[in-house]
Structure formats: C-alpha cells, structure tokens
Design a protein around this ligand. Structure first.
Ligand code: ZN
Ligand code: ZN
Length: 476
C-alpha cells in the first residue's frame, strides 16, 4: 500500500515537472554543471568552518556598539563598513548618502501612581512624541487587542491612557510578529483619535524578562498620534492585575523625553565583487540597530553572514559571472530609509539587478528556502533547494518576502529570495537590551554563511535569469 502511494506520488511529481517544462517551452530544465555542483559543495564546507562572520559580528558590536539610524554612531558604523569591505578586498567600496528625519530617546519612565504606587519598566517606541516635561498622568483603560481599540467609539477616552494588552505568539517563522507590529505601529494613532493622552502596549516580544521591546510606531498618521511606549511582558501582566484588583481607577504616569531633527545625513555602504557581465546580485543586511542593545542579532548578524558569504565566493578562482554587490543598508529600524534610498538611487539600473536577498532575522539556522521568481522561472528554485538540502534546509514556496530593505527594489520588479532563519527565540531578544553578542551561536552563524555562500554562487552562475516581478507603487 505504502509502495503504491509512493509510486503515485512519484508519478504525480513527474507529471508536474513535465508540465512545467512543457509550459516553459524552450527553457531547458535548470541544472548546475558537475564542476559547479562540486564548487557549491566546497563553498558549503568552507562556510561551515568560517570564522570571518564571527569576527565581523564581534568587531561591529564591540567597536561601534548600538547604532541608531541617523546618529553619530551610525556614521561610525559606515566608516567601519568601508574599512572592513576594503580590508577584505571588495571593489568599488563607497557610501551612498541620503537625508532622513531623526528621532532619539532621551529618557523614559512610567509608574503606577495609585492605588498601588510602583515603577513600571517601559521604553519609548521609535518616533513617539515626547510628553510634556514631568510627564502625563491618566486613568488606564485596557483593551485586550488592537481590534478592540479600533472598534471603540471615536470619543470617550479623553484624558485617559490607553493600554493595548495584546499578546504575541511564539512561532518558528516569526508570523506572530506581523500581528504584533500592527499593535505597535497603530496604538498611538488610535488612542489619540479618541482623546487619550498616551498609549501603552504590551511589548511585541515573547520573553518573560523585564525588558520592554522598542520598535517603530507610526508617525505618518500625524497629528493624532500620542506619546507611546511598550511595557515589558511581566509589567504588562502587572498592570493588568492591578486593573483587576483595584477598587478605584488605576492612574499611571508616563514621562518620555525625545529629541528630533528634521533632516540628518545617513547612508548605505556598498562593496562589490565585480563579475564578468554587468548583471548584479544584491545581498546584505542593515547596518543600523536600535539603541538599547548592541544589535548583534538585529542586524549585525545579517551584515556578517552576507559579507562573509560573498567573500567566500569572491575567493574562488576567476571572476563570478554576475557582480555580487554587498549592501549595508542604513536606518532600517526607524523607517527603512536606506532600502528606499537604494532603490531610488539605482532605479535606472534595476534591469541589471537579477536577484536580491537580505539577511535580517537574527542568527538562527536557515531552515527553509523561499523564492519569489516569475512563474516561468520558479522551477529554478529547485537548483538552490537541492544544493541546500545537506544543511537541513527545506524547500519553501514562491512567495518570499525577501527583507524590509529590498522591499522597494522588489517593487521595481527584481526577484528576491528568503533564506528563512529559525525565529523561535528571536522575539525574546529582538529590540531589547538583551540583543547582544553572547546570544549568537557560532555554529548557527556558520551554517548561515554556508547556506548564503551556496546561494550567492548559484545566483551568480546559473544559466538564465529569474524573470521579473510585477512593478508596484511603493507609496514612499
Ligand atoms: Zn532588522
Ligand atoms: Zn529590528
């Protein structure tokens, strides 16, 4: 019986492959040559022994440390990027600057004033307005979810402090974050619309430590956004319990002091391994981080993994077929300014961009490979999948996200892939003071380098391209 099912599955798979080939007409089934397949294996072996990624990761997180978008620390990170790319032999190393608005926290505190006076662990959400000096106080009104707040009447919260207590799910693929981000970005706007003086959210995080998680809040919806901060998960529990047990209104005081500037200079750092053709493969991570930790997992790891992988491919004999361009995007956390600036600056050469990919989900092992190629070219994903199989990477789908910094590039039609990392623990650390070097497992980092090196090499050498995606308005 089992044999019959396997035979049927095999027949079905063969039929699917046949029809894909028939649809692709003149395109022969994609494959690596024997020599290319051997090179992929050697690259994976080398990646599993790699020490460069760790060295870059340690160097960036130690010598620069936290590097908020638009800050002097981020400028030092750019100098670091130029220095390292030159040292490693990359060509055309440069900084491409752009202007962006600046936001930074100065101080933050919160406390329950009554009936159970005590401090609460909070952190301001990125781009939050500051409170008046001395803070604002108000009665706390709890909403279990963002949807409950959105369904609340347009008035009725005048002078109150809104508390959105929505929890976040722990998942391997990070899908819980998509929902959590909505709460983080919109609570302040929704609260302000209804007359509230401030908004608190339960952190978009999965840990039980007393570390609130920062992250960007919406400022674009403008005038109605009120000062907004995240409570650590145990502090959100505490506030919910206080509301349960209190016989009188629970009054909280929130004091956020921030600084802003209309325009500062930031930039993307770029280095290349020139290819034999003018076609380009773009890979990288974001150079900036939040200010609370040292941004080891978000996203110094992505910088280190992609740079080390490109270096392994660059060290092969002869030039790669396509140019491999490493981009260290700036100011992702505070509004994806670097990613948008890159697409804008390079829009005239987008037809030369064959493929783009970003590493920005920590340092956990790659467990899945997703593509977003044109439908006709989607079968080429199988070449990558086959090569990555020995690293315990499973085939994914053709709906890859790619990464925040290549969103604008993807919207101009450039195909992308995602080397999906195990994010089971990512949101325990993400955007907290706990995002530090000691959380990275060197073996996991090496597995990433091995997978990326194999991916970059195949992307550079494979015969034919990956099609084009529909062009979208990015709404910048
Ligand atoms: Zn990131
Ligand atoms: Zn982040």
């Amino acid at each position: 019986m089992r044999k019959n099912i396997i035979a049927m599955l095999a027949a079905a798979a063969a039929a699917a492959t046949f029809s894909q080939q028939a649809n692709a007409q003149e395109a022969p089934p994609p494959a690596l040559t024997e020599a290319q397949a051997a090179t992929v294996d050697r690259l994976i072996d080398a990646g599993l022994e790699d020490d460069l990624a760790w060295d870059l990761l340690e160097s960036l997180t130690t010598e620069v440390g936290p590097r908020l978008g638009g800050s002097p620390a981020e400028a030092r990170a750019r100098e670091w990027g130029v220095r390292e790319l030159k040292r490693l032999g990359f060509k055309n190393v440069r900084i491409e600057t752009y202007e962006m608005p600046y936001w930074a926290r100065i101080s933050e505190s919160a406390e329950i004033v009554s009936p159970f006076p005590q401090p609460l662990a909070v952190t301001a959400l990125g781009r939050s307005r500051g409170t008046p000096e001395g803070g604002v106080a108000g009665e706390v009104v709890r909403f279990r979810t963002l949807l409950e707040l959105q369904d609340a009447p347009e008035t009725g919260l005048e002078g109150k402090i809104v508390f959105v207590d929505e929890p976040m799910a722990r998942t391997q693929d990070g899908s819980g974050y998509g929902t959590a981000v909505r709460k983080r970005s919109q609570a302040a706007v929704e609260a302000g619309k209804r007359g509230a003086v401030a908004a608190l959210i339960r952190s978009a995080g999965t840990d039980s430590h007393r570390n609130p998680h920062t992250g960007g809040a919406l400022s674009g919806a403008g005038e109605t956004a009120v000062p907004t901060a995240a409570l650590s998960n145990p502090d959100a529990d505490q506030l919910a319990r206080a509301l349960e047990r209190a016989k009188a209104p629970v009054i909280v005081k929130l004091d956020l002091q921030v600084e802003t500037a209309e325009s500062v200079i930031s930039g993307n750092v770029i280095g290349e391994i020139p290819g034999q053709t003018d076609e380009i493969i773009v890979i990288g991570g974001h150079l900036d981080s939040w200010d609370l930790g040292t941004g080891a997992i978000d996203d110094a790891s992505g910088i280190a993994i992609t740079t080390a992988a490109a270096k392994l491919v660059g060290d092969l004999k002869g030039k790669p077929k396509r140019t491999i361009r490493v981009v260290m995007w700036g100011a992702e956390e505070v509004g994806i300014y670097g990613g948008k600036a890159y697409a804008e600056a390079h829009k005239d050469e987008m037809d030369k961009h064959v493929l783009a990919a970003e590493s920005d989900f920590g340092a956990g092992r790659v467990y899945r490979f997703d593509t977003r190629f044109s439908d006709e070219e989607a079968p080429k994903g199988k070449v990558f999948e086959a090569a990555l199989r020995r690293l315990a990477v499973t085939p994914g789908n053709n709906m890859a996200f790619g990464g925040a910094d290549i969103g604008a590039t993807r919207d101009l039609g450039v195909p992308v892939v995602s080397l999906r990392q195990d994010g089971t623990d990512y949101f325990d650390l993400h955007h907290t003071p706990d995002d530090t070097l000691d959380k990275v497992d060197p073996e996991d980092l090496r597995q990433n380098v091995a997978a990326w090196a194999a991916f970059v090499y195949i992307a550079s050498e494979l015969e034919g391209d990956f099609g084009r995606l529909p062009v979208k308005e990015t709404g910048q």
